[in-house]
Design a protein around this ligand. Structure first.
Ligand SMILES: [Zn+2]
Length: 56
């Protein structure tokens, strides 16, 4: 029923503090993935205020 824990999305460290591809900051937050693509996750960089995708 609940789909919070998708097995294709790891939460073992990589979810938090993903490195920003623009400024290489790790001050990032993870956003909920949008769309059917479960092999990628959305992150948002607090340093340069840019959203980016991280492919798992
Ligand atoms: Zn950044």
């Amino acid at each position: 029923m609940r789909r919070d824990l998708d097995p294709s999305v790891t939460t073992s460290g990589a979810a938090e503090g993903a490195e920003c591809p623009y400024c290489e900051s790790t001050d990032t937050i993870r956003e909920h993935p949008k769309g059917p693509s479960l092999c990628r996750s959305m992150h948002y960089c607090n340093s340069c205020e840019q959203p980016f995708e991280k492919f798992e």
